[in-house]
Design a protein around this ligand. Structure first.
Ligand code: PLP
Length: 345
């Protein structure tokens, strides 16, 4: 429409003017409706192949929690041995509260997945996984879940819909920490749940409405702004990550390099393979920032086992690298100098 603003409105309101004759579908209250989220939900839904949009949450964990609500009481949740630590911690807490049962299965062992899953259960997939960057045969897991009558969930935070669209592979529900690549500027927390199943979508929407885990309109507006450049950010980050992974593989102070071939995340294990040495390397970095989180403009490094809730299958010395948008040679120079600190320090 001529004269319309190019950008979605930043709708800062808790309520909407109503009357006894308020039209069906008209916005009513800020815990159910907001035009800024709706623009973001439509964009993320389109990217993931869910034309009806998604349900945005106040954080990735709020989205994860809403999806775990879909497991029936005392139902089975199959989780991988290593995944985002707080997702696993929440699942364990729900198990301790007798809300659901957890079974830990390596999703690369499809026979074990088949032996474990139950009708009505849920299988949780993270691919590439945080922080081991393991890649799952999503279609294989989906085939088994469908045979059994279980729901498949994929946390697509690391791949983003530009590299992988789990719904098109048959996954029932996709979750995102929008905080990471989608928003992309380390300036907000937000989550999203995407599904084409209208019943599941309605359930998740109701959970958000009842628990109130709604995103702030300003965060949604910023996320929309960040999402616009996802493609160019990811392309740059991926090109740099590929080159850094190649150089790291040839470095005498680096043992295993994990890089799934696409995306902007790398995990390395240093030599000697100890927490103290890895901490010294991270502390010696100048351009890379020592911080948790990922998917932003600035490159971040973190030894994951510093978190008490990190799965013990993650090596003590593993450093997770989130490759940002700085120049590849600057990033390499800083990384190589920090690795030299192993000898020098
Ligand atoms: C960060 C993260 C989450 C949680 O998201 P928040 O926005 O921090 O609540 C979930 N899954 C993965 C893979 C993550 O990296």
């Amino acid at each position: 429409m001529a004269g319309a603003p190019l950008n979605a409105p930043l709708e800062l309101t808790s309520t909407y003017v109503g009357s006894m004759s308020t039209a069906a579908g008209a916005p009513v209250y800020g815990r159910s409706d907001n035009a800024t989220w709706e623009a973001l939900e439509s964009a993320i839904g389109t990217l993931e192949g869910a034309p009806d949009g998604c349900v945005a949450f106040s954080s990735g964990m709020a989205a994860v929690a809403a999806v775990l609500e879909l497991v029936p009481v005392n139902g089975l949740l199959v989780v991988p041995p290593a995944a985002y630590n707080t997702t696993l911690e929440l699942a364990r807490r729900l198990e301790a509260q007798a809300r659901l049962r957890i079974f830990t299965v390596d999703p690369s062992d499809l026979d074990a997945v088949r032996d474990t899953l139950e009708p009505g259960g849920m299988v949780w997939v993270e691919s590439p996984s945080n922080p081991l960057l393991e890649v799952v045969d999503i279609e294989g897991v989906v085939r088994i879940a469908r045979e059994v009558g279980a729901t498949t969930v994929a946390d697509n935070t690391f791949a983003t819909p530009l590299l992988q669209r789990p719904l098109t592979l048959g996954v029932d529900v996709v979750v995102h920490s929008v905080t990471k690549y989608l928003a992309g500027h380390s300036d907000l927390l937000m989550g999203a749940v995407v599904t084409r199943d209208t019943t599941l979508r309605e359930e998740v929407f109701t959970t958000r409405r009842l628990t109130g885990a709604v995103p702030g309109p300003f965060e949604a507006w910023l996320a929309l702004r960040g999402l616009r450049t996802l493609d160019v950010r990811l392309e740059r980050s991926q090109t740099t990550a590929r080159e850094l992974a190649r150089r790291l593989a040839g470095h005498k102070c680096v043992g295993r390099v994990r890089f799934p071939g696409s995306g902007g995340m790398i995990s390395i294990e240093v030599i000697p393979n100890t927490a103290a040495v890895a901490d010294r390397v991270v502390a010696a970095m100048r351009l890379w920032t020592s911080a948790t989180s990922l998917g932003g403009v600035e490159s971040l490094a973190e030894r994951r086992r510093r978190h008490a809730n990190e799965p013990t299958s993650v090596p003590e010395s593993l450093i997770r690298l989130s490759v940002g948008l700085e120049h590849v040679d600057d990033l390499w120079e800083d990384l190589a100098a920090a690795l030299e600190a192993i000898d020098g320090g």
